[in-house]
Design a protein around this ligand. Structure first.
Ligand code: GSH
Length: 210
C-alpha cells in the first residue's frame, strides 16, 4: 500500500493553508504533522534535513520531499489529477504562474508587515502609524487584482485555479482584518464570496485571524 502524503505545517500558516486547501480539492489522503507546533518549533536538525530553510509547508510524497507552497501546489495538481486547477496548455498555465509569482514577489512583502503588525503583535506594541502606511501600500497592491476582476470571475480567468488558492488565503486576512482602512473593493469581495462557496475555504481559511 502506498503511504499517504505527509504535509508538515501548522494550520495557522497561510502557506500551509494553501496546500491543505488544494489537497482537499483533489480529495487526497494525507497525514498532517505539526498540529501542536508553534512558530519556529520545526527548527530542528531532523526537520532541516527535509527543508534546510526550516519552513512550512514541506511535503513528503514517498521519497520525494518538496518545499515552497506554490511549487507544492503545482506538483500536487500535476500529479493528482488537478488539470482543472492548473491546465497544461502553455498560455493558461503561464497565466496562473504569473499570479502565483505575483503573490510571492509583490503581495507577500506588503501583506506580512501589516498582518504581523496587527494580528500578531500585542496591542501595546502595535505601531499604528507604520501600520497605516503599510495598509496604504497593501490596498494599492490589492487594487491591481480588483481592477483585473472587472472581466473575469477568478484571479487568472473565469475558472477557479491554484492562483485563487494562493491569493484567496491572503484576501481573507486582508478583508477580515479589523485594523485596516480599506476603500470599497466590490470585485475582490465578490470574488471572495465565490471562494467561500468552496468547502476547503470554510475549513482552512475562514477562521478567526491568529
Ligand atoms: N515562500 C515559502 C514561505 C514559507 C514560510 O515562510 N513559512 C512560514 C509559515 S507561513 C514558516 O515556516 N515559519 C516558521 C514556522 O512556522 O515555524 C512558501 O511559500 O512556502
Amino acid at each position: 500500500m502506498t503511504k499517504p502524503i505527509r504535509i508538515w505545517g501548522r494550520t495557522t500558516s497561510s502557506n500551509v493553508k494553501k496546500v491543505l486547501w488544494l489537497a482537499d480539492e483533489l480529495k487526497l489522503t494525507y497525514e498532517r504533522i505539526g498540529a501542536d507546533l508553534s512558530f519556529g518549533a520545526i527548527d530542528t536538525p531532523e526537520f532541516r534535513k527535509l527543508n534546510p530553510n526550516a519552513r512550512v509547508p514541506t511535503i513528503e510524497d514517498g521519497d520525494f520531499v518538496l518545499w515552497e507552497s506554490n511549487a507544492i501546489m503545482r506538483y500536487l495538481a500535476m500529479k493528482y489529477g488537478g488539470e482543472a486547477f492548473y491546465p497544461p496548455e502553455p498560455a493558461a498555465r503561464a497565466n496562473i504562474d504569473r499570479w502565483l509569482d505575483w503573490q510571492l514577489s509583490t503581495l507577500i512583502p506588503v501583506d506580512v508587515p501589516v498582518y504581523w503588525g496587527t494580528i500578531r503583535t500585542p496591542p501595546e506594541k502595535r505601531d499604528m502609524a507604520a501600520i497605516a502606511v503599510g495598509a496604504e501600500k497593501l490596498v494599492a497592491v490589492w487594487a491591481i487584482l480588483e481592477a483585473q476582476l472587472a472581466n473575469r470571475q477568478f484571479a487568472a480567468s473565469d475558472r477557479f485555479s491554484i492562483a485563487d488558492i494562493a491569493l484567496g488565503v491572503l484576501v481573507y486576512r486582508f478583508l477580515a482584518n479589523p485594523f485596516l482602512k480599506r476603500p470599497p473593493l466590490p470585485r475582490l469581495t465578490a470574488w471572495q464570496d465565490r471562494l467561500r462557496a468552496r468547502p476547503p475555504f470554510k475549513k482552512w481559511v475562514e477562521l478567526p485571524l491568529e
